[in-house]
Design a protein around this ligand. Structure first.
Ligand code: NAD
Ligand code: KPL
Length: 303
């Protein structure tokens, strides 16, 4: 079955290139005619790995000419996911499956609600890629992608395609726990790197702030039925700060480059969940307020 991939950005291109070179059928879905023309002019997708660039001439279509779609990888930012899937709804084949490759939480529910009869597999990835130019992506960091379906524990048969394409992955019956854990790590690290204008390692100078945020995140995870995601969170946050000391967090890079952040699906989602559970988490709330003010000052969206 053809892999339709919406979002020819960093992760979407990384998946598309690896699936295509394993000779699996892949089709990119681009936003509009202008993007399609630009893609055709570029001559395909280029993936740069260990300094070596290789171009893949993967066919691309518009939403209106994509159908019928049996399998769709949605590889856009969390804030684009719901709108991106909308024009594809009439073209989804009966029994179609979606793979939602968004960081954070909230966008997956928004998409699933629009597709009550379609299986939505959720993904959480630690692979790293960035766009060097339009339709040219650099594979920057090896990682792993967890996949799972909170409603249906049986793994789909297309995992063998990922195996064949060399995409490191695992199937988990508890994908929500993985997504919450990553969200918590992102909440404890990313906003502070933005507000303190530092690399991840710079947070070693703010141990009390990190510690109090971790304590509140643990409380939140325990309250919202994710005790496994809370286990050893503070220790892992300290480990990540140390292991990625020289890196700038993804949110830091977004802000530095004047790009919209996924704040609503990370810290915003954590704070909204706390409110729903009538839980007072003053440090997380204050962090959210300070981060929004910081984004506003820079003319960036606060959601
Ligand atoms: P990206 O911005 O590089 O790519 C997203 C692509 O989606 C863009 O090309 C954009 O034009 C396209 N898009 C958006 N709306 C569209 C629409 N309506 N129709 C067609 N195309 C549309 O984003 P990314 O870095 O690949 O991130 C995707 C998700 O993966 C995010 O949630 C991100 O946090 C997460 N993630 C990224 C990385 C990474 O290294 N890049 C690592 C882990 C997780
Ligand atoms: O995932 C990350 C990011 O930069 O988004 C790290 C810094 C590793 C954890 O928050």
């Amino acid at each position: 079955m053809t892999w339709h991939i919406l979002g020819a950005g960093s992760l979407g291109s990384l998946w598309a290139a690896r699936l295509a070179r394993a000779e699996l059928p892949v089709r990119l879905i681009l936003r509009d005619r202008a993007r399609l023309k630009a893609y055709e002019a570029a001559g395909g997708l280029t993936l740069v790995e260990q300094g070596q660039a290789r171009q893949y001439t993967i066919p691309a279509v518009l939403p209106s000419t994509a159908g019928p779609i049996g399998r769709l990888l949605l590889a856009c930012k969390a804030y684009d996911a719901e709108a991106a899937v909308q024009p594809l709804l009439p073209y989804l084949a009966p029994g179609a499956e979606l793979i939602l490759l968004q960081n954070g939480l909230g966008s997956q529910d928004a998409v699933s609600l629009r597709l009550p009869h379609t299986r939505c597999v959720l993904a959480s990835s630690t692979e790293g890629a960035f766009r060097e130019a339009d339709f040219r992506v650099v594979f920057a960091g090896h990682g792993f992608t967890w996949l799972g379906d909170p409603l249906q524990p049986a793994p789909p048969d297309w995992l063998s395609d990922l195996e064949r394409a060399g995409i490191p992955h695992g199937w988990t019956p508890d994908i929500l726990s993985r997504l919450w854990r990553k969200l918590a790590l992102n909440c404890a690290i990313n906003p502070l790197t933005v507000l303190h204008d530092c690399r991840n390692g710079g947070l070693a100078n703010h141990p009390a702030e990190v510690s109090v945020l971790c304590a509140e995140l643990v409380e939140l995870l325990q309250h919202c039925g994710q005790p496994d995601a809370a286990e050893g969170l503070h220790e892992e946050v300290l480990r990540v700060i140390q292991a990625t000391a020289a890196n700038y967090s993804s949110m830091y890079q977004d802000v530095a480059n004047g790009r919209r952040t996924e704040i609503s699906y990370l810290l915003g989602h954590a704070c909204a969940t706390a409110t729903r559970h009538r839980l007072k988490l003053p440090h997380l709330e204050s962090l959210h307020t300070r981060l929004r003010a910081h984004l506003e000052q820079r003319g960036l969206p606060v959601t």
